[in-house]
Write a protein that binds this ligand. Sequence first.
Ligand SMILES: N[C@@H](CCC(=O)N[C@@H](CS)C(=O)NCC(=O)O)C(=O)O
Length: 203
Amino acid sequence: MMKLLSSPLSPYGRKVKITARVKGVFDQIKIEQADTNAPNNSVLKKENPLSKIPVLVLDNGSQLYDSHVICEYLDSLKPTPKLFPAAGAERFNTLTLGALGDGILDAALLLVYERRFRPEDKWVASWMERQQDKIDESLLHLETNPPLWGATPNYGHITVASALGYLDFRHEGKWRPKHPKMVKWLDQFASTVPAFGETKPVA
Ligand SMILES: N[C@@H](CCC(=O)N[C@@H](CS)C(=O)NCC(=O)O)C(=O)O
C-alpha cells in the first residue's frame, strides 16, 4: 500500500487526493497526517529533506515529491482518464496551466506563512503586496482566458481548481467578486469532478 504524507488542509495535498480519486487509485493509498508547522518534524524530514508535504511513499519505500511529480506518477498507473497529455502542445499547455495554479498557491501560502511564522512588526508590506500582485495578475489572466477542458479536466485544471479552493479557504474568497467567469468555471469543475467537493478543507 502506498502512503501519502499530507494534511487535510494542504492545497498541494488536495491536488494529489483529487488526482488519486479521479484516477481510481485512492484506495491504494494510506493517508498519514504530517505536521509542517512543527519546527523539526523528523518523520517528515526522513521522507523529504525539504520537510514539505505532500510526499508519496511507494511500496518499495522510495519517496516521490512534489505534488506535480506525485500527480504525474498516479496518472501513469492507469491509462484513463489521461490527466497529463503525452506530448506536444497539449502536454505543455497542461504543464503551464499547472505551473500557473502552483504559482498562485505558492504566493498565497507565502502570505499565510508571513503572518503565521513572523511577528507582526516584522511583516513587510511591500513584499506581501508583491505576492498579492502575482495572485491578482494570474487571476486576471485566467478570467480573460478561462481554461476550457475537453472530455475531462486535466492536471492543469485540477491544479487551478485547488488554488481557487485555497483562496476561498485561507483568503476569504476575496477573489470572487472580480472574477465571475472563474467563479462559474469553478462551479462547473466542482460538478464535473466530485472529488473536488470530497476533498474540501475543513478548518
Ligand atoms: N511545490 C510543493 C509545495 C509543497 C508545500 O509548500 N507544502 C506546504 C504545505 S501546504 C509545506 O509543506 N510547507 C512547509 C514548509 O514550507 O516548511 C508541492 O507542489 O508539493
